[in-house]
Design a protein around this ligand. Structure first.
Ligand code: FES
Length: 120
């Protein structure tokens, strides 16, 4: 490992130009960059909390950031219990704060998922 910086032209990752995207949160457009998670877009827009707990109403947003705690769950395009820290934002996604308890029966958690929501 070296402390020298690699010139951009020699970077083997060859990152492309940023591609902006827009997601809709509570009916408002929020812009981000392709490759960001929904949580990344929300945090980048200055939103630190987007739901509250069912019992105490305590605010929640990102806690672990790695898909373990489920504090960041949101509803995306009508699908509940999506972990915002794992789901990569897609242009035009409609994100809504999730009301009610996590995994509410009949809300589509395990019945409509093929597995855990993972970043694409
Ligand atoms: S922040 Fe913990 S699962 Fe998303």
């Amino acid at each position: 490992m070296t402390s020298r910086r690699i010139p951009a032209a020699a970077d083997p990752v060859r990152p492309g130009p940023d591609r902006p995207l827009t997601i809709w949160v509570d009916g408002e457009p929020v812009t981000g960059t392709a490759g960001q998670t929904i949580a990344g877009v929300l945090l980048g827009a200055g939103r630190r909390q987007w739901r509250s707990t069912g019992q105490s109403g305590a605010p929640r947003g990102v806690f672990c950031g790695i898909g373990v705690c489920f504090d960041c769950v949101v509803e995306v395009n009508g699908l509940r219990d999506v972990r915002a820290c794992l789901r990569r934002a897609q242009d035009g996604d409609v994100v809504a704060p999730q009301g009610g308890p996590f995994g509410e029966p009949g809300a589509g958690r395990s019945d409509e998922h093929d597995g855990p929501e993972v970043a694409r």
